[in-house]
Design a protein around this ligand. Structure first.
Ligand SMILES: NC(=O)c1ccc[n+]([C@@H]2O[C@H](COP(=O)([O-])OP(=O)(O)OC[C@H]3O[C@@H](n4cnc5c(N)ncnc54)[C@H](OP(=O)(O)O)[C@@H]3O)[C@@H](O)[C@H]2O)c1
Length: 251
């Protein structure tokens, strides 16, 4: 039964690995001897440094990097072709983490194009990614899927209704997929963070004292803490259909 949750030698696809939370997930899964397919959109220096760091620590692991705008179905398809070529298989673990959210709070200020783009990158991409891995996971009767949602899916958040809609959509899709895929031993969950520092989303160190004052636990969260939840989910196959709020006491 131990092998049910043994992820050594599995292949994980982590989107948005050039960012704060994605890179922390990559480090933790590499430490568990998981091969990695890592995506970035624009930050090639961050993803290159991440790959070099992981390859230096774990030379036996395969670590591929792929540039992809997850708002484009064609680019996601091209990424899967690269993964097939470089790893000889589809991912066993999917962490759909790449995300986008421009802080525009008033509905009258949010252009329709911004709404569409945000839903494409956060919600539609997760659907396309799941379609790209589901057949493989189903055929081997083992798979782990984790979406990176947000506190915005729960309480609306600070970014605007377009971002909240995209993240709440991910949680709804996650719950449906969990019920459909559990018979194939594929778990589907999400992590819903808030106020995670050392990320592109919350980058400004100078803003931390004011921001931290509004968080019950009195500090920003760490990318490693989000990665802890992701690692727990991919090594705990009995947990499925759950959304884990990781928000320092914020609601
Ligand atoms: N930080 C927080 O407090 C917080 C709270 C709630 C939810 N989240 C979620 O956590 C996830 C990771 O964000 P983060 O906090 O780690 O921020 P981050 O450091 O800015 O990382 C965002 C990642 O997403 C990638 N990305 C953005 N747009 C993309 C696109 N169109 N196609 C492909 N990749 C794209 C970025 O790639 P490049 O940098 O290479 O362009 C980067 O790797 C996101 O889904 C975000 O919504 C974060």
């Amino acid at each position: 039964m131990a092998q049910l949750n043994d992820i050594r030698g599995r292949l994980a696809l982590i989107t948005g690995a050039s960012g704060g939370i994605g890179s922390a997930c990559a480090h933790q899964l590499a430490a568990k001897e998981v091969h990695l397919a890592l995506t970035y959109s624009s930050n090639i220096s961050a993803i290159t440094a991440l790959r070099e760091d992981i390859q230096a620590k774990y030379p036996a692991l395969r670590v591929s990097i792929h540039q992809v705008d997850v708002g484009s179905a064609d680019q996601i398809e091209a990424m899967f072709v690269q993964i097939d070529q470089q790893h000889g298989q589809r991912p066993d673990i999917l962490v759909s983490n790449a995300g986008y959210g421009k802080r525009i709070q008033n509905v009258w200020d949010i252009p329709l194009e911004e709404f569409d783009y945000t839903l494409n990158v956060n919600l539609r991409a997760s659907f396309i990614l799941v379609k790209g891995v589901a057949e493989h996971m189903k055929s081997q009767r083992w798979g782990r899927i984790v979406f990176m949602s947000s506190i915005a899916a729960y309480g609306g958040g600070i970014n605007g209704c377009h971002y909240a809609a995209s993240k709440a959509g991910m949680t709804g899709m996650m719950k449906n997929l969990a019920t459909r895929l559990s018979e194939f031993n594929i778990s589907v969950n999400d992590v819903a963070p808030a106020m995670i520092g050392e990320t592109g989303m919350i980058p400004n160190a100078e803003a931390i004292p004011e921001v931290a004052a509004s968080i019950p636990i009195g500090r920003l969260g760490l990318p490693e803490e989000v990665a802890n939840a992701v690692t727990m989910l991919v090594t705990t196959g009995y947990m499925t259909g759950q959304s884990l709020l990781l928000a320092g006491g914020l609601k």
